[in-house]
Design a protein around this ligand. Structure first.
Ligand code: ADP
Ligand code: MN
Ligand code: MN
Ligand code: MN
Ligand code: MN
Length: 339
């Protein structure tokens, strides 16, 4: 028997954006535990805005398990928060009620800032560094500094070793801003892995004295880019049948459902979706081929393949909940008839 360190990870009840929480349970198993072997556990919901003090127990129900490459005999146990009956999802549990379809594929591009002492990493104590231009996909000390890439590489290695489906990383447009991409088949799978990758990044940067700033426009109304979490998506029908007429109906449905999408695409998105800095206005829906100023960018490959493949919704922001984002996309797609 081996004593495993099980890190039970969940989302708390803070609004508009939940925080990641985690605590460790030590348990013996013959070998690396399966999901079925992992018991429910509990926590004090009054400390996480998930319960009142007089009846504060919430239940943690394991829903996904990954190795934790950083800890000896470590296990990452992603959990849903349940009511004390262990059957009813807690109101904060967005994962429990979303639409899912394993033939719907999602690729999220998570942008974020490294923050040190309340400023983006690499910013001088006062004022600003040289304007945007050389930082995006940049190389060299003046462009990316001395520590960011080390963290990005370490995070990438940890995520790959954990089995998260990272697809890539790059330095972003603002100084101190980076991105990783995660692809998954099914909204739950892709979104679970975004939350776990966020968790691993936050845990990793503790030792560097660095925070991850997910706000979509941390530098406010300046000439510095905000952070998005573009959602690339495709259903089986979009990949295999598609066609121009279906695409046009799909875009009409997205235009119609604009407000429902914006409602779950992350807080403060009006600060980011201004029409500047490679964004579209929050007030209008638009699409365009290879257009990074549109709500939905249609890749050249999509048009060249007879309107088949995936589309990129550029509106979701870096602080959004990927469960709700993916679910809303599936909800709108489901209103469009296929034949
Ligand atoms: P860009 O920065 O040019 O917008 P990225 O390379 O950062 O693009 O991200 C594009 C993402 O699209 C990839 O990481 C991948 O996860 C996702 N993707 C590729 N093919 C599909 C597909 N068929 N369905 C859903 N997502 C896809
Ligand atoms: Mn205690
Ligand atoms: Mn990208
Ligand atoms: Mn990007
Ligand atoms: Mn993109």
């Amino acid at each position: 028997m081996t004593k495993f360190k099980l890190e039970y990870i969940w989302l708390d009840g803070y609004k508009p954006t939940p925080n990641l929480r985690g605590k460790t349970l030590i348990k013996e198993f013959e070998s690396f535990p399966t999901l079925e072997q992992l018991p429910n556990w509990g926590f004090d919901g009054s400390s996480t805005q998930q319960a009142e003090g007089n009846s504060s127990d919430c239940v943690l129900k394991p829903v996904a398990v990954y190795p934790d490459p950083v800890r000896t005999n470590g296990v990452l146990v992603l959990c849903e928060v349940m009511m004390p009956d262990a059957k009813t999802p807690h109101p904060s549990n967005t994962r429990a009620t979303i639409l899912d379809d394993e033939d719907a594929w999602f690729g999220f591009e998570q942008e974020y800032f490294f923050y040190k002492n309340g400023r983006p990493l690499g910013f001088p104590e006062t004022g600003f560094p040289a304007p945007q231009g050389p930082y995006y996909t940049g190389v060299g000390y003046s462009n990316v500094g001395d520590i960011a890439r080390q963290i990005v590489e370490e995070h990438l290695d940890i995520c790959l070793a954990a089995g998260l489906n990272h697809e890539g990383v790059n330095a972003e447009v603002a100084k101190g801003q980076w991105e990783f991409q995660i692809f998954g088949k099914g909204s739950r799978k892709a979104a679970d892995e975004i939350w776990l990758a966020r968790y691993l990044m936050q845990r990793l940067t503790e030792k560097y004295g660095i925070d991850i700033e997910y706000h979509c426009k941390p530098l406010g109304d300046t000439d510095w880019n905000g952070s998005g979490m573009h959602a690339n998506f495709s259903t089986r029908y979009m990949r295999e049948v598609g066609g121009k007429a279906y695409f046009e109906s799909l875009m009409a449905a997205f235009a119609e459902a604009r407000e429902d999408h914006i409602a779950v695409y992350g807080p403060d998105n009006h600060m980011r979706l201004t029409g500047k800095h490679e964004t579209a206005s929050i007030h209008q829906f638009s699409w365009g081929v290879a257009d990074r100023g549109a709500s939905i960018r249609v890749p050249h490959s999509f048009v060249n393949n007879g309107y088949r493949g995936y589309l990129e919704d550029r509106r979701p922001n870096s602080q959004g909940d990927p469960y709700q984002i993916a679910s809303q996309i599936l909800k709108t797609i489901s209103t469009v008839p296929t034949d």
